[in-house]
Design a protein around this ligand. Structure first.
Ligand code: NI
Length: 175
């Protein structure tokens, strides 16, 4: 259990800053199945809503979500090579991230998103979602481009968090 939690990469880890590569069907299928299983276990233990591959050290375009609380995801759990179009009003919501433990901040993002992605079998599907599901998707797709939610906070908020973020980076190196 603890091993899975420890396998989640924390801010300061360079892999969280890379642009992830697309996955290839069918070549990557065995890798995808293994990775999705590992990530599902890690997300269960961590009790998060979503997890992106770079957070477990794999620089590929895949994220998972827990659809139990998110009806709008229509049961989809694994999202591969997602393409998104955010739209709608800007909306403030509290965000957190397993890679930035202990920090929760209000962040403004667009309220809706259209997403096209592939499932674990390589079948393409499309969704048009709002609210928490949209927020989750925007947050996870940012991970695939090396972006963390704290990057998007106002300069003042970032300044206020500077000490705590530095401590997270230092703690990571001490492990
Ligand atoms: Ni995150």
């Amino acid at each position: 259990m603890q091993d899975l939690l420890n396998s989640i990469r924390i801010i300061g880890d360079p892999i969280l800053r890379q642009k992830c590569r697309p996955l290839v069907f069918p070549d990557d299928v065995p890798y995808i199945i293994d990775l999705a299983r590992r990530m599902g276990n890690a997300l269960d233990v961590a009790e998060g809503l979503g997890l992106a591959a770079p957070q477990v050290g794999e620089s590929v375009r895949l994220f998972i979500a827990t659809p139990d609380h998110l009806d709008e995801l229509c049961g989809h759990v694994v999202f591969i090579n997602p393409e998104i179009t955010p739209y709608g009003e800007m909306e403030k919501r509290e965000e957190g991230c397993l890679s930035v433990p202990g920090i929760y901040e209000m962040l403004s993002r667009q309220s809706r998103v259209r997403i096209k992605a592939m499932d674990i079998r390589g079948n393409t599907f499309s969704l048009d979602v709002g609210e928490l599901a949209a927020r989750l998707i925007l947050h996870e797709v940012d991970h695939l481009d090396g972006i963390l939610f704290v990057d998007k906070l106002s300069p003042i908020k970032r300044k206020l968090l500077k000490g705590r973020l530095r401590k997270l980076r230092e703690d990571r190196l001490r492990k």
